[in-house]
Design a protein around this ligand. Structure first.
Ligand code: HEM
Length: 503
């Protein structure tokens, strides 16, 4: 029996804030449902190797391209890149289906460039590019620390201290230069935050005698993402010969990340005392059974690599959006003056009350999802929209496109934090699985709790004390360098809310 499929786009919500709900009336496949064949999924086809060449050359714009393709083909389409078939879905019900079927060991597939480079360097891989039981075992170990809200909350004083110092540093830059060029500064904040929380140390990022190696580390992490993006669709054997420069750069920056990362862990172990120890790193190191010291160090280095360029860009996007919307800054300020005491100390439970602050950060991540997609290699055959999708197929949920679809969100392109505040009946007016900036399920971002805390605290302390204004009112452009990054300069002015600051 052919499944009955009808796409009825209905607006369920009143035309105010909130999220428009797309109703996809789909018969979900079960063992008895006969699906339409895979080949009937609308295909984006280009002559010869057009798709692959396009993916290699224009990956930096893939977030916009995927949005264009969804507008062209609807909520589901497929595309062949290299040998692989990718299915793209941008619809709550289809996403739900993918999430439900991601299996016991969810997989984004293996990135050959990471795999091959680590072999060349005789280094391990712990979580981001591992699969199956080993991945699960590593995640279980690390989740105990990384996703434990009690452990995460112990870092509130450290995160606040770094954010306060950062804001003072920005203020001094602003006073000197008339504005702050944020793109150059945000990674210093995220590295210092990581350093303070995980190693109980600082790298001097906000002073002139900055430790030069910290700049090298930041550059290496950024280079790591950039070269991964350049080599993503190219088989390593080919890359070694024809993309020699990118391949070599990938090896060089990876080596820097490992060398410095290992040094930071070793320094921590050597200099650790009762007074300066990090509760977070201690928990990670000593409350786990590691196969080897190398495995433990690699896991920490992978966390550090994942925790720098992500939170920095997410905060930059929040500051950019708020700077464009003074009325939203004012609402945020009203909430912050209510919940943050005069001494500027962040109470342990402040996030419970900071509804508007959380909504601002969520809305930022909806519009500018730093991790641009949620991707799974399906471990079983599934039916999407009545089409048979065989086991092994990669399904991609392009988050940037999903956020901009008027069929899902009312006034989708608008920065409207209110859409994340529960309505009078206490319901969140949006379907599940449309908001996935950190992924979902057992493979979701392991740094999520720290990332949310870091970004929320920085935004809270900044807007409790300052207004920000754009210095250069050019629209923000972004590019995908594995993660979403600002590609235009974001320069802001800091205007104190009071003459006497309390931070
Ligand atoms: C705003 C900041 C961040 C965003 C938006 C973000 C986003 C993501 C996303 C979308 C994934 C893929 C999840 C999935 O496949 O379901 C991911 C994975 C990951 N993230 Fe984050 N991330 C952020 C911050 C961090 C931080 C601070 C750390 C480390 C402290 C981190 C470490 C990782 C690691 C190691 C993985 C791989 C997990 C695995 O494969 O099991 N991330 N992140």
């Amino acid at each position: 029996m052919e499944p009955v499929l009808s796409f009825t786009l209905k607006r369920l919500l009143p035309p105010c804030w909130g999220v428009r709900r797309t109703i996809v009336s789909a018969t979900v496949a079960n063992k008895n449902t006969v699906s339409r064949p895979f080949k009937d999924i609308p295909e984006e086809r280009q002559i010869l190797f057009g798709n692959t060449i396009n993916a290699i050359l224009n990956y930096q714009r893939c977030h916009e391209y995927w949005l264009y393709l969804h507008r062209k083909h609807g909520p589901i389409f497929r595309q062949q890149i290299g040998k692989e078939h990718f299915v793209f879905v941008a619809d709550p019900q289809l996403v739900t289906e993918v999430v439900r079927n991601e299996g016991k060991y969810p997989s984004r597939g293996v990135l050959p460039v990471w795999d091959e480079a680590r072999k060349d360097m005789n280094e391990l891989q712990t979580i981001a590019n591992r699969q199956g039981e080993y991945w699960q075992c590593m995640r279980r170990k690390m989740n105990r620390t990384m996703l434990n809200s009690v452990t995460v909350n112990t870092s509130i004083p450290d995160v606040s201290k770094v954010s306060r110092d950062f804001i003072q540093y920005l203020q001094s830059k602003d006073a000197k230069d008339g504005c702050v060029h944020l793109n150059n500064e945000m990674c210093k904040w995220s590295l210092e935050t990581f350093g303070q929380v995980f190693y109980g140390r600082r790298f001097g990022g906000f002073t002139d005698d900055r430790i030069a190696e910290s700049t090298r580390f930041i550059d290496a992490v950024m280079g790591f993402f950039e070269t991964t993006e350049e080599l993503m669709f190219i088989p390593p054997k080919v890359a070694r010969i024809f993309w020699k420069k990118s391949w070599q750069r990938h090896l060089d920056v990876s080596a820097t990340v490992f060398t410095l990362g290992r040094k930071y862990v070793n320094d921590y172990m050597k200099n650790r005392t009762e007074e300066n120890k990090s509760l977070v790193l201690d928990d990670l190191i000593f409350n786990n059974e590691w196969e080897s010291e190398k495995e433990m160090t690699t896991a920490i280095i992978e966390l550090m690599g994942g925790g720098i360029d992500t939170t920095s860009n997410s905060s930059l996007f929040a500051i950019y959006l708020l700077s464009r919307h003074p009325e939203i800054q004012d609402k945020l300020y009203d909430e912050l003056t209510r919940i943050l005491p005069e001494d500027g100390k962040i109470p342990d439970n402040f996030l419970k009350e900071a509804l508007y602050l959380k909504a601002v950060c969520k809305e930022t991540q909806r519009l500018y999802p730093v991790g641009t997609s949620y991707m799974r290699q399906m471990p079983v055959d599934i039916s999407l929209n009545g089409h048979h999708v065989p086991k092994g197929t990669y399904v991609i949920v392009p988050l940037y496109a999903l956020a901009r679809m008027d069929s899902i969100y009312f006034d989708a392109e608008r920065f409207a934090p209110e859409r994340w505040i529960r309505n009078i009946s206490g319901k969140m007016e949006h379907p599940p699985f449309v908001y996935l900036p950190f992924g979902v399920g057992p493979r979701m971002c392991i740094g999520r709790r720290f990332a949310e805390l870091d970004v929320n605290i920085l935004v809270a302390l900044l807007y409790r004390n300052y207004k920000t204004e754009l210095f250069n009112d050019t629209p923000l452009e972004v590019k995908t360098r594995l993660i979403l990054r600002a590609s235009t300069a974001v320069k802001v002015r800091l205007i104190p809310r009071k003459s006497h600051q309390i931070i």
